[in-house]
Design a protein around this ligand. Sequence first.
Ligand code: PMP
Length: 300
Amino acid sequence: MPAFKPYPYAYFQKKVVPIENAQISIMTNGLHYGVGIYGGFKAYETNDGVKIFRLDDHLQRMKNSVGILNFPFEFDVEETKKTVLELAAKNKLTSVSYIRPLIYRSDIVLSPDIAGEYDLAIYMMHMPDYFDSAKGLDVCVSSWQRNSDNAIPPRTKATGGYINSALAINDAHAAGYDSAIMLDSRGNVSEGAVMNIFLVKKGKLITPSSDSDILEGITRKTIIELAKEMGIELEERIVDRSELYTAEEVFFTGTAANVTWCKSIDKTEIGKTIGPVTKKLATAFDNLVETHPQYFTKVS
Ligand code: PMP
């Protein structure tokens, strides 16, 4: 992964500052113990100005995460929305931009505890395509298990939980794969290392249900809504590992990856080209600015 170019201004310690001044101490608690949660969403240039995709949903997921993890931090969705929009306007975003908010434990106390001081930091970067969407992904099923709800709840997007994704991605890359699929503690399919997963069988869409230790992705939610609108049958349920290898189509969803199709799993070919259902949904996803303006918040 390349390092994407950041925009010049960040939000840090309750102020807008030049990005090079948004620096934390090596003693910061959250850096050592992974006590933090983050978000990630995209902004697009449209005929009607720059717009952010599903901003409210992303901020609500952050608020839920703060609540689940019991961070003593007041996360106000409306206020944060205003901050994001002001920062986006100041940075004069162009297509495609990625916005990364982070709430981290900011004090320097040496203890892996939730109680402490927190800060909200936001920065923005240019983000061209994450994966070459024409190519399709060769992936493996990781030998690393997805962290479970009773360990580090995956639905919280906790910073510390991402060591789990890092292990899976590292193993996959070392073995020559593009990315990995993770199984949950019961051995069922959970999700990609940093993306949700969908299978197509007999034209029906299947995705692991939210009790499969997944992050409840906003792109996943959008694809589910699109499928319903398009009359594509959908099942949210437990998915066995062995179902992967006989799927007609498999694709991943995520803010960075959009809809990315899967070419093979553990060297079993899934498809030579993007499948028809994946293609239909990917095209619908690409056209959301025109078809679903209600999903977008304008940066003034
Ligand atoms: N799962 C994990 C573990 C992720 O990190 C992400 C990326 N945020 C996703 C799924 C996809 O979520 P979203 O569509 O909200 O970006």
